[in-house]
Design a protein around this ligand. Structure first.
Ligand code: C2E
Ligand code: CA
Ligand code: CA
Length: 525
């Protein structure tokens, strides 16, 4: 059964999966928390600034209204006489009729006594002493007042007087001033009150909250002021109105953060570094000698790739070769190995004359027509090097019967071209015997796992003996890999193994060290 299929359909997410998720979600949550906190702090300042600018503009609106009304009244005053004739009363009534707000206009004498009015009968309001005083103190001889009648009705008065303090006034509904400024405060949830002299008109939002802060705005020209009270509700409302900006900003920062993080992760990832190493030709070769123990002498070597990354250090090919296969750069790497081996041979022809060099060829490549073409071209271009080369290929359980057929054809073709072929890690795959019968290998390499348990497990002896027997029948040579001790060498010699690769003779060596070994060997003959 396929394990990966099992794990993919498993409904329980793995611990690692959850941790990965958390590592993505947590910074996003932190970004949102920081942006929201900073915005909430900024909102305190913004709400106050907003209230202040609205307050000043509300005062200007009221002053404007009063200015217009006083000049209308002054104009009307010029057209009436102090006799309160029928025409005078009619003029006053016509003004009230045409005015959208004025409920009544009256003429008063220098003692503040109303003697003529647009209303039927006597007006309920006289001009108070306070208002007269106020008029007297104003250069424009205008003022406003909030008065209360004997029946406790409130009304706003706007006055325009003559030099002798007689004049005209208009009575307006008490809530007029609130109505004039309310549109400005709509949706702002501020409590505010308009103060006219010692009286005030209040507007409540209905919020139960205590005022957190209050701002006062005073008119320079009229006895009118405005107080705005900011409650917690005001701050919340202001914040709520700009919440989309906060969300947008936090999302933008989160997206930017994730983009930078992904970019860094990619940059730091092994896959990214490997691609860079290939492009910068950072990959090198080591050569591990293969020894004929009958002589004894070095008969060849295996080229083993090495990658020393400045950030990650030395990385084992057991890690980056499977990665290279996954990210499909193994072909590029193998081209570089062929190039390095070719340079090595061309630089030291006399030392490698009767030697051979084996090159590992990934299973994923051996079924590719393009790679076989590459080898065909290589063979034509380097006929002198070709006899020295041995291609090491591991068996693969994952090949389908059709793919196996392709492998068989390709290996046959490569042999015809003149390449020698070795079966690497023999005995570790299931198809071993089948595979080896079908393909004409020149060499089989017995995998290290058999050598490791040589002395502990006597059954291994018979396995190795039958491997050697089979190789003899099929006319293949045998190399034992991973030999580390003298006992292992002697044991293998007893079983009939002649060629040995392992740390006992030498670890994989940089090219110059391997050349020194070859030179020393040459000198000894
Ligand atoms: P491999 O082809 O089986 O290579 C032999 C590995 O066994 C090498 O490991 C070598 O250093 C190690 N070895 C040799 N003698 C001993 C010993 O006595 N004791 C122990 N413990 N180890 C020994 P290395 O160089 O790390 O390579 C590992 C694998 O990476 C290779 O296994 C091969 O499959 C792959 N590889 C290396 N170079 C290339 C390459 O150029 N192309 C491809 N496709 N694969 C490569
Ligand atoms: Ca190998
Ligand atoms: Ca091997």
């Amino acid at each position: 059964m396929d394990n990966t299929a099992l794990s993919e359909t498993s409904p329980i997410p793995s611990r690692q999966h959850l941790l990965d998720r958390l590592s993505v979600i947590t910074p996003v949550l932190i970004i949102f928390a920081i942006v929201f906190t900073l915005s909430a702090i900024k909102n305190i300042y913004d709400t106050s600034t907003n209230a202040m600018s609205l307050g000043s503009s509300a005062i200007a609106t009221l002053e404007n209204y009063i200015d217009n009304t006083t000049s209308e009244l002054a104009e009307l005053n010029r057209h009436v006489s102090s006799t309160c004739s029928v025409e005078d009363t009619q003029r006053l009534r016509q003004y009230v009729f045409q005015s959208p707000k004025a409920k009544e206009v009256s003429l008063f004498d220098e003692n503040g006594q109303v003697y003529c009015s647009s209303s039927e009968g006597k007006t309920r309001f006289d001009v108070g002493k306070a208002a007269l005083k106020q008029i007297n103190q104003t250069p424009t001889l205008t003022t406003i007042a909030l008065s209360e009648s004997r029946s406790h009705d409130k009304a706003i008065f706007i006055y325009s007087a003559n030099e002798d303090l007689s004049g005209i006034n208009a009575l307006l509904p008490p809530n007029l001033f609130l109505e004039l400024i309310t549109p400005k405060f709509e949706q702002q949830y501020y409590d505010y009150q308009v103060n006219i002299l010692q009286h005030s008109l209040e507007h409540k939002t209905g919020s139960e909250n205590q005022a957190y802060r209050s701002y006062n705005f005073k008119s320079e020209r009229y006895p009118i002021s405005l107080t705005i009270h900011l409650t917690p509700h005001s701050y919340f409302t202001n914040f709520g109105q700009h919440i989309w900006r906060v969300i947008l900003l936090a999302s933008a920062i989160a997206v930017l953060y994730q983009a930078i993080r992904n970019y860094k992760l990619t940059r730091n990832s092994l896959a990214f570094s490997l691609k860079e190493a290939i492009n910068n030709h950072e990959l090198e070769l080591n050569f591990q000698p293969i020894v004929d123990i009958h002589e004894p002498k070095i008969v060849g070597s295996e080229a083993l790739i090495r990658w020393n990354n400045p950030d990650h250090g030395a990385i084992s090919p057991t890690i980056f070769i499977p990665l290279a296969e996954r990210i499909q750069v193994i072909e590029q790497i193998t081209h570089q190995v062929f190039k390095l081996v070719t340079e090595f041979v061309n630089l030291n022809p006399h030392l490698v004359q009767n030697q051979y060099i084996s090159i590992n060829v990934s299973r994923t490549l051996i079924i590719k027509a393009k790679f076989v073409d590459y080898l065909e071209k290589y063979a034509k271009k380097n006929p002198d090097i070709l006899p020295l080369l041995l291609l090491e290929i591991t068996e693969d359980n994952d090949f389908s019967p059709e793919e196996l057929e392709v492998v068989r054809n390709n290996l046959g073709h490569l042999k015809q071209l003149g390449f020698k072929i070795a079966m690497d890690d023999f005995g570790t795959g299931y198809s071993g015997l089948n595979f080896i019968h079908q393909h004409a290998f020149d060499i089989i390499k017995i995998d290290q796992v058999f050598i490791k348990s040589l002395s502990q497990n006597s059954a291994i002896d018979s396995v190795i003996t039958s491997m050697i027997k089979l190789a003899k029948q099929l006319k293949m040579r045998v190399i034992a890999e991973g030999v580390e001790t003298h006992e292992q060498v002697e044991h293998l010699r007893g079983l009939g193994v002649r060629y040995i690769q392992g740390f006992y003779y030498s670890k994989p060596l940089p090219a110059e060290d391997y050349l020194l070994k070859l030179t020393a060997q040459m000198d000894s003959y």
